[in-house]
Design a protein around this ligand. Structure first.
Ligand code: ATP
Ligand code: MG
Length: 557
């Protein structure tokens, strides 16, 4: 992958470090997911920063699973995260690490802190620890167990590890400062008892290190030079520094940046998990989900997501990014690459009365006007066709330029046709539109310079195949759920998925393989679903429409 040129405050820091020879000019980053859910577009921003920085400065980036919480972690998440990072286009080579691989070392470090008089075993319950901690405005109260002797602490910690105590009865806590204005520094818990099976260490441990203790030490063990994280970790920085200083180990530099927030999007694993568990969506990879696997299934390209992450840049201040920008990046990429086809989603039959019933001919269609190298294909034509129901109007006003009785339009690549009459069923629905064609307009070219105001897409009825096409809308009814007093579950759009089951598609679409992205002419971009499609029986997901909301927004401003 090419290194990107644009720069931001983080790269300025990195460049300064390289210039001054800090870490001998080395740049070593990591992406540290907790395997307790699948990755979303916010993680993609972090991934692009972590891996992108390593690429730009010819350094390295590790993939490290911060797997400290056995109760919420699953191997399936690990596999999904690996697949997602690869799909986004990044590679960690042989540097796949797990915080759980450091459990022995972390235990030794904890013992070291006890021996220094910097950690103690506390018998307060979780609830009591919270009550003693104080609040933002009130100082904390020291634990009655804070001044245990080093010997007693060592003995108790060893027995915690040996499984002598029940869950919740003891914790190991750092001895920092109960009066600190920062509550994170008020003697935080660093080890807890948990009789839980861990996805990698099995039943070896019944005590587990807390995230804060583990994360900064894992970075140190891996000799991470620049440790990027989101702003909420700024208040943890003192604590991380404290651990690393007390243990006298390698000290990575933490740099915080604002997380990505997107309009109409929930962006927290906890909430996304809720959507999955409550079956509001069909799994983590539902095309409406902002997960990497959902975006992939929807038809997003890794290139468009990387382009988006590039354009939003990095800042220290929280902001809300317009979903239209993400869609703009996608559309720009697909416009250049997606092959065009004809598909009729809401069909009505057209019969060309003066076209021979047994005749069939083929017209040459351009696959991608943006790229001549994509060539052409032959599209079959015959007497009976389908067009979009919307492209016909019975009592058409003057401004309606498409088909109506007595009006002439072009069928793309084929002929000029004129509507002569319509047939309706008992319910009053139009069932047939009868037309005549001008044989002199073959290929859709005007025979005598006469103009038509509309060009319609169509498919030949006998040659078309039927397919399911799925349309999606935003999962949320409001742009910024954080501004609402309602719980996000009450802001769910109940009509975010629509299944069109009677679509008529041109035959060339039949053999497309999963994840192929195409443009249905005049309609939008679509992608072959990677779960429900079968060979010769593709299901299509609407990726994004043709109209570029972002350009409109830009023009307005
Ligand atoms: P969530 O907030 O969705 O539950 P998380 O922060 O718990 O996510 P982690 O697995 O800990 O998820 O995240 C891995 C990395 O991704 C962290 O460095 C985190 O800061 C970063 N990250 C998570 N969400 C975002 C976001 N919305 N924008 C940018 N980076 C993010
Ligand atoms: Mg986290």
């Amino acid at each position: 992958m090419e290194a990107k040129e644009n720069t931001h405050f983080i790269h300025e820091i990195v460049e300064e470090d390289i210039r001054t020879g800090k870490h001998d000019g080395a740049v070593h980053t990591r992406f540290p997911p907790e395997p307790n859910g699948h990755l979303h577009i916010g993680h993609a921003k972090a991934i692009c920063l972590d891996f992108g920085t390593a690429i730009k400065y010819k350094g390295k980036c590790n993939l490290r699973f911060d797997d400290t919480n056995p109760s919420k972690e699953e191997t399936a998440y690990v596999d999904g995260i690996r697949a997602d990072v690869h799909w986004l286009g990044f590679d960690w080579e042989d540097r796949e690490y797990y915080a759980s691989d450091y459990f022995d070392q972390l235990y030794d470090y904890a013992v070291q802190l006890i021996k220094k008089g910097k950690a103690f075993v506390c018998d307060l319950s979780g609830e009591e620890v919270r009550a003693y901690r104080g609040t933002l405005t009130e100082p904390g109260k020291p634990s009655p167990w804070r001044d245990r002797s080093i010997e007693e602490n060592l003995d108790l910690f060893t027995r915690m590890k040996a499984g002598e105590f029940p869950e919740g009865s003891h914790t190991l806590r750092a001895k920092i400062d109960m009066n600190s204005p920062n509550v994170h520094n008020r003697d935080p818990v660093i080890y807890r008892i948990m009789y839980a099976h861990h996805h990698r260490t099995g039943d070896k441990w019944c005590i587990y290190p807390m995230y804060d203790f583990t994360h900064c030490i894992s970075d140190s063990i891996e000799r991470i030079t620049h440790s990027f994280c989101t702003l909420e970790f700024e208040v943890h920085r003192y604590l991380y520094d404290w651990f690393l200083d007390e243990l006298e180990v390698f000290h990575p530099q933490q740099i915080e940046f604002a997380r990505l927030n997107l309009t109409y999007t929930v962006m927290s694993k906890r909430k996304l998990l809720k959507l999955v568990e409550d079956k509001i969506v069909d799994g983590w990879n539902d095309p409406r989900m902002p997960t990497v696997s959902g975006l992939r299934r929807r038809g997003y390209t890794p290139e468009s997501i990387r382009d988006f992450c590039d354009r939003i840049g990095l800042a220290k201040r929280e902001s809300m990014v317009d979903l239209a920008l993400l869609e703009h990046c996608l559309r720009t990429d697909l416009n250049a690459r997606a092959l065009r086809y004809m598909a009729v989603l809401n069909p009505v039959k057209v019969i060309i009365d003066n076209y021979p019933a047994d005749k069939e001919e083929y017209f040459t269609a351009v696959n991608n006007p943006e790229n001549p190298e994509d060539g052409t294909r032959e599209v079959p034509f015959s007497r009976e066709l389908y067009i979009e129901r919307d492209d016909f109007m019975e009592d058409a006003p003057k401004k309606f330029y498409r088909l109506s009785v007595g009006r002439e339009v072009r069928l793309r690549y084929a002929y000029f046709i004129t509507c002569e009459s319509i047939v309706k069923n008992e319910a009053g629905e139009i069932t047939e539109i009868h037309c005549t064609y001008d044989p002199a307009s073959s290929g859709g070219n005007s025979p005598d310079g006469r103009k038509v105001k509309a060009t319609l897409h169509w498919v030949s009825a006998v040659h078309a195949f039927e397919a399911e096409v799925r349309h999606f809308d935003n999962l949320l009814t409001v742009a910024n759920p954080a501004e609402s007093d309602l719980d996000f579950l009450e802001l769910i759009n109940a009509n975010s998925k629509e299944i069109l089951s009677n679509c008529k598609l041109e035959p060339a679409l039949r053999e497309l393989t999963a994840e192929t992205r195409v443009q249905f002419e005049r309609i939008g971009y679509y992608c072959v679903d990677n779960v429900d499609s079968k060979p010769g029986k593709p299901v299509f997901n609407r990726t994004v429409g043709l109209r570029d909301e972002w350009s409109r927004i830009q023009k307005r401003n």
